[in-house]
Unconditional design. Structure first.
Length: 135
């Protein structure tokens, strides 16, 4: 993770940890590169909190695209049915398996639930009393 984003956004580790719902000690190991690699759910939380893309957070470049045109119709349908926040839609829009995006709202729902469950599992493993994300 690029530590420069936290600096540029005027976040200090304790504040970033609290805002992103990631433990201070875990965030410290991520910033210092001394712990295990963070999972996608943790990276997504940090990117959303910092207001950057996952690619930016990881120091990778991507081409700028008009997100409204790159959202598959099946994802758009799923997002409308479940009132997803734009950040979640943008995150899902970048998912491809073997070069192709899921083709049905049901497949998007399966992927979205897997990501949410992964985030809940990571949160609960660090703080068993924490309820986690809602559906």
């Amino acid at each position: 993770m690029s530590a420069n984003y936290a600096t540029r956004r005027a976040y200090h580790s304790p504040e970033l940890a609290q805002q992103s719902n990631v433990s201070k000690s875990y965030l410290s190991t991520v910033e210092n590169g001394t712990g295990s690699r963070p999972g996608a759910a943790v990276l997504h939380k940090l990117a959303v909190t910092l207001g950057v893309s996952l690619a930016d957070l990881l120091g990778r470049s991507i081409e700028a695209v008009d997100s409204s045109e790159d959202i598959p119709s099946s994802l758009r349908e799923f997002a409308q049915q479940h009132d997803l926040p734009q950040a979640d839609i943008d995150m899902l829009a970048g998912i491809k398996f073997r070069g192709q995006a899921p083709r049905t709202p049901q497949r998007w729902q399966f992927i979205y639930k897997a990501i949410v469950m992964s985030a809940q599992s990571e949160t609960q493993s660090r703080d068993p009393e924490h309820v986690g994300l809602g559906n």
